[in-house]
Design a protein around this ligand. Structure first.
Ligand SMILES: [Zn+2]
Length: 65
C-alpha cells in the first residue's frame, strides 16, 4: 500500500516581464494548438506578443529545506 506524506512547501507567483521593462506579459486568452500547446501573452505597455507553454502569472511551489 502506498504511503502518504505531508511536506511543507513555499508558494510563489511567477510573473513574466516584458523585455521593454515597462510591462507584464499577460494571457490574451488565445491558445496555439502546437505540441505542446502554447498560450499567447501580450505586454500591456508596448504590445509585444510572446508564446509560452504555461500561463503567467503562474503559481509554483518549492519544498521548504
Ligand atoms: Zn513590453
Amino acid at each position: 500500500m502506498a504511503k502518504f506524506q505531508e511536506v511543507e512547501v513555499k508558494v510563489f507567483r511567477e510573473h513574466a516581464h516584458c523585455d521593454c521593462g515597462k510591462g507584464e506579459l499577460l494571457p490574451t486568452g488565445s491558445m496555439l494548438m502546437s505540441d505542446p500547446p502554447t498560450f499567447q501573452h501580450r505586454c500591456a505597455s508596448c504590445g509585444h506578443a510572446e508564446q509560452f507553454p504555461d500561463r503567467y502569472p503562474r503559481i509554483i511551489t518549492r519544498t521548504v529545506q
